[in-house]
Write a protein of this length. Structure first.
Length: 184
């Protein structure tokens, strides 16, 4: 089991880098390949995935990102490649915030995460990652209020997916959503 790697980036691809550690190149999948430059000295925490027909390393710049990744792959129906792909479209802090505030719309906009998976993530991980409870009904209440004002589900979901405010009240979320909906 590899816990971490420290070395020089020698190659970059779409979703992976090669880290040279004492003349051995390790291919490592990463969430944000653009954060790494060829020739750069890096330190990444790793997780080794072993399948019957494949094995690979996934690298993380922080323990928080690794913790979020491990929690995500523990959710029924989410695999390692889906989890790292989802993290590539956001930050660990934003995932924590979305889970704590029950923001299904935000999670649904991540690659590979549909409505069922987003609901399952919140169900399985609520309060587990940060200990934050948030208000689990606030985004659903805002969605209901916006529906009653005559806005369409698709427009509401698009706007709510862009709102992921920490410690925001339902009224603050509603105000931000209305402002964004009026601009469209």
């Amino acid at each position: 089991m590899f816990y971490s790697l420290k070395g020089k980036v020698t190659f970059k691809e779409n979703n992976s880098i090669v880290i040279d550690v004492r003349d051995i190149g390790y291919k490592v999948l990463v969430s944000h390949v653009d954060d790494y430059e060829i020739g750069q000295e890096v330190f990444v925490f790793t997780h080794q995935v072993v399948r019957e027909d494949n094995q690979y390393l996934i690298g993380f710049p922080s323990l928080l990102e690794k913790e979020i990744f491990l929690a995500l792959i523990g959710v029924k129906g989410l695999g390692p490649k889906t989890a790292i792909g989802a993290l590539g479209a956001t930050t660990p802090e934003m995932v924590n915030r979305a889970i704590a505030s029950n923001n299904i719309a935000y999670l649904k906009r991540l690659p590979g995460i549909g409505a069922k998976a987003a609901a399952q993530i919140i169900l399985d991980l609520k309060g587990q990652l940060t200990g934050e409870e948030g208000n689990p009904e606030q985004y659903e209440d805002v969605k209901l209020a916006l529906k009653q004002l005559g806005f369409k589900n698709a427009a509401i979901d698009r706007v709510l997916a862009d709102i992921n405010e920490e410690n925001a009240t339902m009224e603050q979320i509603l105000a931000i959503a209305l402002k964004k909906l009026r601009k469209k």
